[in-house]
Design a protein around this ligand. Structure first.
Ligand SMILES: NC(=O)c1ccc[n+]([C@@H]2O[C@H](COP(=O)([O-])OP(=O)(O)OC[C@H]3O[C@@H](n4cnc5c(N)ncnc54)[C@H](O)[C@@H]3O)[C@@H](O)[C@H]2O)c1
Length: 306
C-alpha cells in the first residue's frame, strides 16, 4: 500500500482522488488552503484522513508536510481556474506556476515522484485532426500558458535532476463536486435540469468530457507506478458536441427546454488522443456519458443534505 500526499484535496478531482486512494487501502495526507469541504462531505470522506491547511505558495510549509509524511508519491492538484487567472494573473502565476515549482523542487530534494494536473488548455483551437501530446500547443489564455509552463518545468527537472513526473491534461471534468470554473456549466446544467430549473451553458462547439472519478483513477495509476523521466498525458473520454450533451441531459432528467447553450466553442481542440496514456497505463475504460450523468444525479440526490 502507498502513502500519497494530495494538494488541492478539497477540490472536485482531489475529493475523487482521496475516495479512490482510501478505497484501495492507501494512506492519504491532504493539503488545501480552503476549509470548505463540501465535496469531501458529498463523497462521504470528510474526516477520513488527515487534512492540513496549507498554501502551495508556501514552500517551507510544504516541505514540513512532505518531510513529516514521507510519501511514496505526491499528487499536486491545487490551482486557480480560468476565470481567476484572467481576473488575477499575478495571484494565479504564484499558485499555478509557483505551486508546481515548489513541488518539483521538493520532488528533487525529497526524492518522490510527482503527478500533477496540467490541462487540455495547453492546446489551441481545433486543427481538424486528432492531436497527440506535442502538437497544437498554442494555449489561448494565461491559465493554459501557466499549465504549459508547469509541463516544461517538469521536463527540465527530469533532465537536470532526474525528477520523475506525470502531468495529466483533463478537458471538461464533470460529475459530483464539479462546481467551479466555466466548464463546470455542464455539471451545473445537469443539476439545474434535475431540479426543474433553467440553466445556460456559456459555450458551444465540441468538448471532451471526463468523469472526475475517471480522472482521479488516471492520476492514481501514475502515482502508484510512476513513469521514468517527465511525461505528459492527454485524456479523452467522451468527445461530444454541446447540443448532444443538452439532449442527453434532457433524456436523463426527463425535462425539455430548460437548458440552453452558447454558440462560441471553447478555444481548445477537443479531438486529442490519449494513446500515450493507454500505452503506459491502459487499457483504461472511461465511463460512458449517460452512465456518468445518471450516477452524478444519484450521488447528488443521496447527498442533497450536505
Ligand atoms: N475541472 C476541470 O475540468 C479541469 C480540467 C483541466 C485541468 N484541471 C486541473 O485539475 C486540478 C484540480 O481541478 P478541480 O476541478 O478539482 O479544481 P477545484 O477548483 O475544484 O479544486 C482546486 C482545489 O485547490 C485548492 N487550492 C487552490 N489554490 C490553492 C493554494 N494556493 N494552496 C492550496 N490549495 C489551493 C482549492 O481550495 C480547491 O480545493 C487543477 O489544477 C485544475 O487546473 C481541472
Amino acid at each position: 500500500m502507498a502513502k500519497v500526499v494530495v494538494s488541492g484535496i478539497a477540490g472536485c478531482i482531489g475529493s475523487w482522488v482521496a475516495l479512490h486512494l482510501l478505497s484501495g487501502g492507501h494512506e492519504v495526507v491532504g493539503l488545501d488552503f480552503s476549509e470548505e469541504h463540501h465535496r469531501l462531505r458529498l463523497l462521504g470522506i470528510d474526516g477520513a484522513f488527515p487534512l492540513y491547511r496549507a498554501d502551495v505558495r508556501d514552500f517551507d510549509a510544504l516541505r514540513d508536510h512532505v518531510r513529516q509524511a514521507q510519501p511514496d508519491a505526491v499528487i499536486h492538484l491545487a490551482a486557480f481556474q480560468v476565470p481567476t487567472c484572467k481576473a488575477r494573473p499575478l495571484a494565479c502565476v504564484e499558485v499555478n506556476v509557483g505551486g508546481t515549482l515548489n513541488f518539483l523542487e521538493l520532488a528533487r530534494s525529497e526524492g518522490f515522484p510527482l503527478v500533477y494536473a496540467s490541462s487540455a488548455a495547453v492546446f489551441g483551437p481545433d486543427l481538424g485532426r486528432t492531436l497527440g501530446e506535442l502538437e497544437g500547443l498554442t494555449p489561448q489564455n494565461l491559465y493554459g500558458v501557466f499549465k504549459r509552463t508547469g509541463e516544461e518545468m517538469a521536463r527540465i527537472y527530469a533532465q537536470d535532476y532526474g525528477v520523475r513526473s506525470a502531468g495529466f491534461r483533463p478537458y471538461v471534468v464533470y460529475g459530483p463536486g464539479r462546481d467551479v470554473g466555466m466548464t463546470a456549466d455542464i455539471t451545473l446544467a445537469l443539476l439545474h435540469a434535475a431540479r426543474g430549473e433553467p440553466f445556460h451553458i456559456r459555450f458551444g462547439g465540441t468538448v471532451a468530457l471526463q468523469h472526475a472519478s475517471d480522472v482521479a483513477r488516471a492520476f492514481i495509476a501514475a502515482a502508484l507506478d510512476p513513469p521514468e523521466g517527465a511525461r505528459v498525458y492527454n485524456l479523452r473520454g467522451a468527445v461530444v458536441a454541446v447540443p448532444e450533451i443538452v439532449a442527453l441531459i434532457e433524456r436523463v432528467t426527463e425535462t425539455r427546454g430548460l437548458i440552453t447553450h452558447g454558440t462560441s466553442p471553447l478555444p481548445i481542440a477537443a479531438d486529442i488522443s490519449d494513446a500515450a496514456f493507454q500505452r503506459d497505463y491502459g487499457p483504461f475504460a472511461y465511463k460512458d456519458l449517460e452512465t456518468g450523468f445518471r450516477e452524478t444525479l444519484e450521488v447528488w440526490r443521496a447527498g442533497a443534505h450536505v
